[in-house]
Design a protein around this ligand. Structure first.
Ligand code: ITT
Length: 207
């Protein structure tokens, strides 16, 4: 008991600058066994408008926006799916693709409809994740991750979030929504970016 209490009290706060609960769950699991204690954004926090042309621009923007209002280190994630047959769409617009008002289910269906004439071998796609760590209004460190796969013919599975149910991991033949969070993180864009960030955090005492 005592050693756990000591560990908790030694933990440093790291605020996740995201409103996406799927990201929070994955990032939290990837911080386990470290001396960093994840925290959510305060509920009253304003929204950052994503106007960047790249994942890097948006991740930096989100991290700096939050950092300007908080004293703890802040970690922001900008990520998305690029589908080769759609010229890289939805890309940086992944969260807002087609129409902001669509549910994710409708958005996945719209993607599948757009690919209805695309044969299996041309349905290749790539998830990207850019993580930006900020403190005192400065970007301190950035990492990236990428995961390649393909878009299925229909949604499968009910784990995860976003486009997980239509993204097939090649070596498993399963969608991200059909596997456990830990197994997704072992393969995913976010898992790769966060493992590199955790490696940096292990040698970065902010004070
Ligand atoms: P925050 O800006 O608050 O972090 P968001 O969901 O708007 O949340 P992004 O702007 O980075 O985040 O959009 C990323 C979108 O890309 C996300 O909403 C999903 O639709 C998709 N996406 C990213 N990573 C994914 C993953 O691991 N699995 C499925 N879809 C993912």
């Amino acid at each position: 008991m005592r050693s756990m209490a000591n560990r908790q009290s030694r933990c440093l706060r790291l605020v996740f600058a995201t409103r996406n609960e799927g990201k929070v769950a994955e990032l939290t699991a990837l911080l386990k066994e470290t001396c960093w204690a994840p925290e959510r954004l305060p509920p009253s926090f304003g929204n950052y408008e994503e106007t960047g042309e790249t994942f890097a621009d948006n991740a930096r923007g989100k991290a700096l926006f939050a950092s300007a209002q908080l004293s703890s280190p802040v970690l922001a994630d900008d990520s998305g799916l690029e589908i080769d047959a759609l010229g890289g769409e939805p890309g940086v617009r992944s969260a807002r693709y087609i129409d902001e008002s669509l549910s994710q289910e409708e958005r996945n269906k719209a993607v599948l409809d757009k690919l209805s004439d695309t044969p299996v071998e041309l349905r290749t796609a790539h998830f990207f994740c850019h993580l930006a760590l900020a403190l005192d209004n400065d970007i301190v460190h950035e990492t990236t991750g990428r995961c390649s796969g393909s878009i299925g013919l229909a949604p499968r599975g009910n784990q995860g979030f976003g486009y997980d149910s239509i993204f097939i991991v090649p070596n498993l033949g399963l969608t991200f929504a059909e596997i456990r969070l830990e197994d997704k993180s072992a393969q995913s864009h976010r898992g790769a970016a966060m493992r590199a960030m955790v490696e940096f955090l292990g040698r970065w005492p902010p004070n």
